[in-house]
Design a protein around this ligand. Structure first.
Ligand code: TPP
Ligand code: MG
Length: 810
């Protein structure tokens, strides 16, 4: 193993940079050393000191933390100010927490709790970590670009309401995160092009998990960013290496290092022997050039040579501070800084291709402690308050703490009305109802102005045209409407007061944007209510970003529309099947599949209420359809329950749209079958119920408006039973839908989606279920064709009901 990589002695003439004196620099370097020590110790303690009864690997990444030690120092101890929002690459969590500790923002007791239950999370978590984490990270690539969308939310909030609390958004990312396609979807997104306050800092250590990344990739990456209109900066070489490569004499050395592959460079900076190192540097096809390279390094003493050749800009504080200041000053477009670093910097395995999960041995830790001058009896020591470092940390903490703009309180859920009384035609779809409801929503005091819609190039086909005509499209500056003269269905008027954000066709970007707008209150002090639309099958295309948003605690609404095979002629590539299961299973998400226009209105308003409850509110998924529904079918249940009660039941997950006691009270309860239909399958279920009645069979039809709420009720009931065996079973709303008196009635479930999604209903009372749904890929055809083919038409629902009754009798 190579010995510890040392920083070369500074040049006497080195400029301290950004107004810093050489003493300041020495203080910052001392802070950096302590950060490096603490982050290494945090991982060491979790793996080698803390008791580990299960004997399982704990993990943690010493090398990844070390790689960003200088960047973290530059950011938290000099560059950052109050309100700045920062994403930290997942594997740098230990050094992030070490910095928070030195800044007094993390209690010392947490330093021994990395990856422990209730302790520091493996990767930075907004919701679970005890210190101020702005963006959760972990799945590489997602946290990397979240700040860009947060910057967009800040821009939007500022232009509409003024006074955001945060105006700089920074991501410190691993270079291998740039392998993830979603990063490039963000980089190329038109909507973020002029966000001069978004900065990505790439920790360019040329290593990923398994290997040194082959070739000289940085040039290609820079060109990609540049081509997409980003500002590109680099902190490539440190002052010592720059000095060696300066002028005519240094040119051969510069060329040699610039053109060298990543693999060769990594091997070079790990060579312990200066003689070998010189020989390898000079090992080029043309001897004359080799001689010139040797001449360029001739004055560098042997003990310093490796440090000079490995002296990269990402470990050179003055260079880093200078480039950060430039990126901050220039503005106009998002910026990327390529900071060249060494993975494992300052640790024995620096630059080792296999250092990702390597840990220092107990002996190596002891050597490091001595080298860094950490007191033996106080391994976790912060700096004394009256030391230069202690004073520096206190000043940095004060700078980060001073709020610049006070945030107004968020909107209250009480500001959301219960109803909007939108007038709908007698025959309309849930998707159309959604569009109409939004238009009315625009005028609701307090709430309406805070609603912002977004869509990945499907605004018109998801029925946002009316809303867009009313509220306009968001753009930082008004642009000319060249089509203004003509009569048009859609007026596209981009300007700073527009309330719809149009994104390119990237469902990833949709959910990234929804997620960050859904945290706008926490991240920018302005409360926004984001509503997105996306074709339902393509929810899966943005699923990772959706999960990321929910994991980070975002509160948002999205409509997956159109959904299912009901979309008919559009064909299999556009017909969703598995999405109801996602709606049921994703944490922090409420899923509704309304059937009638009024139900769309009620569920959308409930979703907004959730967005206003910043503490306990959840996100909301409306699965909508283009299938025309006869709204007259709602009249009877509306009259029977009364609006308030019907609304309550819709929000609780469903209601009996046909109740056998009312329709066929004389038929025996023993012959009853339950037909539970997910949202828009209600018309077919009603027709089947009519046929069954005609055959002397009693059927209830349950309009399942929210499978996720019904499943949550069942789970809660079972958990309560588990917790207290003596308590009587409380099924909550399920008891209204599936009352004890009918507990033997079998169930037919009907879903325009995977049949599995409603099959759980049988376990409420332990009865047979015949689950109908779409379990194959779709195709073009009429709705009748596809319902018949997939077995969800009225005839097959009727047959399934008869089978279900046989299963009970048998
Ligand atoms: C989406 C995703 N895939 C895979 C991983 C596993 N993984 C963790 S770190 C890593 C390599 C990261 O390399 P880089 O971003 O360059 O960071 P470094 O280790 O160099 O600090 C991988 C593949 C992950 N965390 N997320
Ligand atoms: Mg890397």
């Amino acid at each position: 193993m190579a010995t510890t990589l040392q920083r070369p002695p500074a040049l006497d003439s080195a400029p301290a940079g950004d107004g810093l004196t050489p003493d300041d620099l020495a203080t910052l370097e001392a802070i950096e050393r302590r950060l490096l020590w603490l982050s290494t110790l945090i991982v060491h303690h979790a793996n080698n000191v803390r008791s580990n009864v299960e004997k399982s690997k704990v993990g943690g990444h010493q090398a990844s933390s070390a790689s960003v030690s200088t960047i973290i120092t530059a950011l938290y101890f000099h560059f950052l100010r109050a309100g700045d929002r920062v994403a930290i690459k997942p594997h740098a969590s230990p050094i992030f927490h070490a910095a928070q500790y030195l800044l007094g923002r993390l209690d010392r007791r947490y330093l021994t709790t990395l990856r422990e239950f209730g302790g520091l999370q493996a990767y930075p978590s907004r919701t679970k970590d005890p210190d101020p984490v702005d963006f959760s990270t972990g799945s590489v690539g997602l946290g990397a670009v979240a700040p860009v969308f947060a910057a967009l939310a800040a821009r939007y909030g500022d232009l509409h309401f003024g006074g955001v609390t945060s105006d700089r958004f920074i991501a410190l990312i691993g270079d291998a995160e740039l392998d993830e396609g979603n990063v490039w979807e963000t980089v190329a997104e038109e909507a973020i092009q002029d966000l001069g306050n978004a900065v990505l800092i790439v920790d360019l250590n040329r290593q990923s998990l398994d290997r040194v990344v082959p070739g000289v990739r940085a040039g290609r990456l820079k060109a990609l960013f540049k081509g997409a209109g980003w500002r590109v900066y680099e902190a490539k070489y440190g002052a010592r290496l720059e000095a060696a490569m300066a002028g005519e004499q240094g040119l051969p050395l510069r060329r040699r290092i610039d053109e060298m592959s990543n693999e060769e460079y990594q091997a070079l900076i790990r060579l312990g022997d200066a003689f070998d190192l010189r020989a390898r540097l000079a090992d080029v096809p043309e001897p004359v050039i080799g001689e010139a390279i040797l001449a360029a390094v001739a004055d560098i003493p042997d003990p310093e040579l490796r440090g000079v050749i490995g002296n990269l800009g990402g470990h050179d504080l003055p260079r880093l501070l200078q480039v950060l200041a430039e990126a901050d000053r220039d503005g106009g477009a998002p910026a990327v800084i390529f900071a060249y670093t060494v993975k494992g910097f300052g640790l024995p395995f620096a630059g080792d291709p296999l250092n990702h999960s390597q840990l220092l041995s107990v002996k190596q830790m002891e050597t490091l402690r001595e080298q860094f001058g950490v007191p033996e009896d106080d391994l976790w020591a912060a700096f004394p308050a009256d030391s230069p470092e202690g004073r520096w940390c206190a000043a940095a903490a004060a700078r980060l703490a001073a709020p610049r703009t006070a945030a107004a309180p968020p909107l209250s859920p009480a500001a959301v009305p219960d109803r909007l009384d939108v007038v709908h035609p007698a025959l309309t779809s849930t998707q159309e109802a959604f569009g109409r409801t939004l238009i009315r929503l625009a005028d609701v005091p307090e709430i309406g102005p805070r609603v912002v819609t977004m869509s990945p190039d499907v605004a018109t086909s998801t029925h946002l045209a009316g809303w867009i005509n009313k509220v306009g499209v968001f753009a930082p500056e008004a642009t000319a409407d060249y089509e203004a003269a003509g009569q048009r269905m859609l007026r596209w008027r981009p300007g700073p007061d527009g309330r719809h954000i149009e994104l390119g066709i990237s469902e990833m970007n949709l959910f990234m944007a929804l997620g960050q707008f859904g945290l706008s209150y926490e991240l920018t002090g302005q409360h926004l209510l984001p509503i997105g639309t996306v074709y339902d099958p393509f929810v899966c295309r943005g699923l990772d970003a959706l999960i990321y948003a929910l994991y980070g605690g975002a509160k948002m609404i999205f409509a997956g529309t159109p959904a299912g095979v009901s979309l008919s002629p559009e064909g299999g590539a556009h017909q969703s099947t598995v999405t109801p299961s996602l709606g049921i299973e994703l944490p922090s998400l409420r899923f509704y599949e309304p059937c009638f226009a009024r139900e769309v209105e009620w569920t959308l308003l409930e979703g907004l209420r959730e967005c206003c409850d910043r503490e306990h509110g959840l996100s909301t998924y409306l699965r909508l359809s283009t299938k025309p529904i006869d709204q007259g079918r709602l009249a009877e249940p509306l009259a029977r329950f009364g609006e308030e009660e019907l609304r309550r039941q819709v929000l609780a997950g469903g209601y009996r749209i046909v109740d056998r006691l009312l329709t066929v009270p004389d038929l025996p309860a023993a012959d009853t079958v339950q037909i539970a239909a997910g949202g828009i399958m209600v018309p077919e279920a009603l027709e089947a119920a009519g046929r069954l009645h005609a055959e002397g069979v009693a059927a209830n039809v349950i309009n399942v408006t929210s499978a996720s709420r019904l499943y949550a009720a069942l789970r809660a009931a079972r958990r309560a039973q588990l917790a207290d065996a003596h308590r009587s079973l409380d099924l909550g709303h399920l008891d209204t839908l599936f009352p004890a008196a009918e507990r033997r009635a079998p169930i037919v479930t009907v879903q325009d989606g995977a049949s599995h999604s409603l099959a759980f209903l049988g376990s409420i009372h332990g009865v047979p279920v015949v689950p109908l749904g779409v379990d194959e890929f779709g195709q073009s055809g009429s709705r009748a064709d596809l319902y018949a083919k997939t077995g969800i038409d009225a005839a097959q629902i009727t047959n399934a009901a008869l089978l279900a009754l046989e299963l009970v009798e048998g």
